[in-house]
Design a protein around this ligand. Structure first.
Ligand SMILES: Nc1ncnc2c1ncn2[C@@H]1O[C@H](COP(=O)(O)OP(=O)(O)OP(=O)(O)O)[C@@H](O)[C@H]1O
Ligand SMILES: [Mg+2]
Length: 144
């Protein structure tokens, strides 16, 4: 990556699902620029997809009128993704109370996002931000 580019990169993403893919693409570009291999990039891409999708679907009104803060600190050996949503959807405490260690039964169509993120992340932290939304911080290292 050119020295002039700051890391971390901060994005203010409108709260609409149409923006989930461009955010993933941005992450992928930053990681490839750091020399990451495809498998690691794919895992990090899945993580940011689930996090931002949740932020829009559960952490906001989902109508594009609010913003989700996404910070991507992409380095040669690890990436840290920090996402804060507006907290105007369901109570963010729900995400803190959620069991993220037990696999969801096969017959359940949904509910695997946080479980997946936790499985892929080397470190995964959940908290309520000072503005009242959910703050998720996930770190992934290459080769793991
Ligand atoms: N950003 C958020 N704000 C508030 N609640 C959240 C947030 N993210 C997750 N949750 C809560 O945690 C639950 C589990 O999230 P998870 O991503 O595991 O599953 P899901 O989004 O319901 O389904 P899937 O991700 O499989 O499509 C959500 O249903 C919601 O109640
Ligand atoms: Mg989800």
């Amino acid at each position: 990556m050119p020295d002039a580019l700051p890391s971390p990169v901060q994005l203010n993403v409108p709260t609409h699902l149409v923006f989930v893919r461009p955010v993933r693409k941005m992450l992928e570009g930053l990681l490839y620029a750091q020399g990451w291999e495809e498998d690691d990039v794919d895992d990090a891409g899945l993580m940011i997809t689930e996090i931002v999708q949740n932020a829009v679907e559960h952490g906001s009104k989902g109508d594009g009128t609010e913003e989700v803060s996404v910070v991507i600190d992409a380095r040669a050996t690890a990436v840290v993704i920090t996402v804060v949503d507006p907290g105007s959807g369901v109570d963010p405490q729900k995400a803190l109370d959620r069991d993220i260690l037990t696999p969801v039964p096969l017959e359940e169509p949904r509910g695997r996002g946080l479980f997946l993120i936790n499985r892929l992340a080397g470190c995964f932290e959940r908290s309520i931000s000072t503005s009242g939304g959910l703050c998720l911080k996930a770190r992934k290292e290459i080769g793991s």
